[in-house]
Design a protein around this ligand. Structure first.
Ligand SMILES: Nc1ncnc2c1ncn2[C@@H]1O[C@H](COP(=O)(O)OP(=O)(O)OP(=O)(O)O)[C@@H](O)[C@H]1O
Length: 367
């Protein structure tokens, strides 16, 4: 098997389990050599997507293409992809080393012993498991085992890696560290990677592009900038960024601006929407300042919460609550009911249709 980078495409893939629709006409394109993050809530169809690419599940209809070739009838083993499950299958009685080595002993990937040792050593080093190689996997912690499982995928040449929440069992510190290192691994740089996560921080940190999946369909695909600055709808906007984006209800004014129902929040926008339309204006807490330039709003402090070196301040403006993140130096003295003035730069405002019971509000263009 060559280690040529593959493109991955899913075309109108449907997959049901009994009465549950897991994939509902899924369309996905992963480009050659790309690190693509598939992000979505539990049950959205992420794992089913990976299994379908790997050939472990067969679509009811639609097609899976690797490098443009339809995979229908191609056995998992012959697809040349390497998959790491969240519920990893390792040999518990064998050492971590032997678990890493076993893919390289298969007829297809057999490497000379010295080369295999070198490859395993390099991957183990990057994953921080070099000191554990002699230990039986059954005697490792969940986080250590998960790293062995990831190593087992990365060690063998493949034309695509399919990774299902591979860092989920690591503690916060290690996860952050591994997140930073994962993309630096040569094998990852040289191999198309489809990476599943429900963690938006992980997706933003790792993804060359991100696909947001919901109820078996891709809602939006884009670079992190596109997803962040032009979210398809309020649900995508809510999925990215902590504290969450403020979504303030109001209506479009005659000149295309925004006004809350009580008139206490007015923001200049040039909405491509009919005056009077119910909308939500979106602004992220880190894009509101207590001191900077921009459009000003006045309110009173409702509550403050320390977030490490910054402080989250929730401000009451009329009947709305707006949260912002400010440096400690600016916000440490604030107490409930103190008057405050906020500023928002117009370029940081997003506009959405109001949410409806049947669907989240879509983004509306401004200017
Ligand atoms: N083998 C199965 N039998 C029955 N239903 C299944 C099976 N596998 C998945 N499903 C259902 O299909 C839907 C999609 O599942 P899938 O595992 O792909 O979601 P996911 O996005 O990976 O979720 P999670 O983040 O919780 O792993 C869910 O409603 C799930 O319950």
């Amino acid at each position: 098997m060559s280690s040529k980078k593959a493109t991955i495409a899913l075309r109108g893939v449907h997959k049901t389990y009994g009465r549950t629709t897991a994939l509902d006409g899924l369309e996905l394109d992963v480009r050659e050599g790309e690190f693509f993050c598939l992000l979505g809530p539990s049950g959205a169809g992420k794992t089913t997507t990976l299994k379908t690419v790997a050939g472990l599940e067969l679509p009811d209809s639609g097609a899976v293409l690797l490098d443009g070739a339809d995979m229908k009838g191609v056995e998992p083993y012959d697809r040349g992809v390497a998959m790491c499950f969240e519920s990893y299958a390792l040999y518990p009685h064998k050492s971590a080393y032997d678990n890493l080595a076993s893919p390289l002993r298969s007829p297809r990937h057999r490497l000379p012993a010295a080369e295999a040792r070198e490859r395993i050593g390099a991957i183990a080093e990057l994953l921080g498991i070099s000191a554990l190689l002699d230990r039986p996997v059954g005697r490792l912690s969940n986080g250590q085992r998960q790293r062995v499982a990831l190593g087992r995928v990365l060690v063998r040449p493949a034309r695509a890696f399919l990774l299902d929440e591979p860092l989920s069992h690591l503690d916060a510190k290690l996860r952050q560290q591994m997140r930073a290192e994962l993309k630096a691994i040569g094998a990852v740089q040289h191999t198309t990677t489809l990476y599943v996560t429900h963690d938006s921080v992980e997706a933003l940190a790792l993804g060359d592009r991100i696909g947001v999946i919901r109820e078996g369909r891709i809602v939006q695909t884009g670079t992190r900038e596109e997803i962040w600055y032009q979210p398809y709808d309020t649900e995508v906007a809510r999925a990215f960024g902590r504290p969450r984006i403020n979504l303030l209800p109001g209506a479009v004014t005659a000149d295309g601006g925004f006004r809350s129902a009580d008139g206490k929040v007015e923001l200049p926008l040039r909405a491509q929407a009919t005056p009077g339309m119910d909308v939500l204006v979106g602004v992220r807490p880190r894009d509101i300042t207590l001191t900077g330039p921009g459009h000003e709003l006045t309110g009173t402090v409702y509550v403050t919460e320390v977030l490490g070196r910054a402080i989250e301040v929730t401000v009451r403006i009329g009947e709305l609550h707006v949260s912002l993140v400010a440096p400690r130096s600016e916000a440490a003295g604030l107490r409930p009911d103190d008057p405050v003035r906020l500023s928002v730069r117009p370029e940081n405002l997003l506009l959405f249709e109001a949410d409806r019971p049947e669907r989240p509000g879509r983004r509306i263009g401004t200017r």
